[in-house]
Design a protein around this ligand. Structure first.
Ligand code: PEP
Ligand code: MN
Length: 263
């Protein structure tokens, strides 16, 4: 059902006035994790200043180590909703447990399914059973075919509001945290009718590569870019090495805005 052969025209996902998939390019920004109301609101203010309409933030964090910050959970979703309402932003946040999908409907405008859960088939089915857009991230070691099949799990349950997100895959290369598979973007655009985003933060794991990789994503035809922004990355509870501070974010948007395609 996700195949462009079945449906030649683009699927468009309308969120907070942004039409994702219709040829416009947009941004999703926000902190790696929601740490407090003040931290989230500070980032929201910067996003609004840049004309961005969708705020991200992790409440349920899938951390490699069980001893690392696991996120604020439901409290994090409540903070996101409050900030979203106050600043006129749509909210996207990762849900890790199929049982939490229903709960999330009250708080988020887009459900994120993370790389580590790309083949959590019960989670995919649960997200497919609701009427809420889903941003599905490519698995850490997933082929494009496996990625497309994961999206098929969602759409097969009746939900076609899916954004695919390339976020880097694991290779032998250690210069970056993951290897951004930039060619996945046009392949996914050709083979499916779904919008495709590129997450430059998790694919590179390097602050100095955010601008050039985001430029590449826009140039190659991605529908948008996701990036992490934090008021003070040095004290961030997760992904301290690659979140942008506000000055870096200003520069990031200054570099990218002239390249964005607007219908
Ligand atoms: C995230 O976007 O917060 C995240 C954990 O990313 P990924 O699932 O791509 O690792
Ligand atoms: Mn992160």
């Amino acid at each position: 059902l996700v195949s462009r052969k079945k449906k030649p025209e683009n699927t468009i996902i309308e969120v907070n006035g942004v039409r994702i998939g219709d040829g416009n390019q947009s941004f999703i920004v926000g902190p790696c994790a929601v740490e407090s109301y003040e931290q989230t609101a500070a980032v929201a203010e910067q996003a609004v200043k840049q004309g961005i309409k969708i705020l991200r933030g992790g409440a349920f964090k899938p951390r490699t180590s069980p001893y690392d910050f696991q996120g604020l959970g439901l409290e994090g979703l409540k903070i996101l909703r409050k900030v979203g309402d106050e600043y006129g932003l749509a909210i996207i946040s990762e849900i890790t447990n199929p049982a939490d999908i229903e709960l999330a409907l009250d708080y988020v405008d887009i459900i994120q399914i993370g790389a580590r859960n790309m083949q959590n088939f019960d989670l995919l089915k649960a997200a497919g059973a609701v009427r809420k857009p889903v941003l599905l991230k490519r698995g850490l070691a997933a082929t494009i075919d496996e990625f497309v099949n994961a999206a098929e799990y969602i759409i097969s349950q009746g939900n076609d509001q899916i954004i695919l997100c390339e976020r880097g895959i694991r290779t032998y290369e250690r210069a970056t945290r993951n290897t951004l598979d930039i060619s996945a973007v046009p392949i996914l655009k050709q083979e499916t009718h779904l919008p495709v985003f590129v997450d430059v933060t998790h694919s590179t794991g390097r602050r100095d590569l955010l601008v050039p990789t985001a430029k590449a994503a826009l140039a190659i035809g991605a529908d948008g870019v996701m990036a992490e922004v934090h008021p003070d990355p040095a004290v961030a509870l997760s992904d301290s090495a690659q979140q942008m501070d506000f000055d870096q974010f200003d520069n990031f948007m200054k570099e990218l805005k002239p390249l964005v395609k607007v219908n």
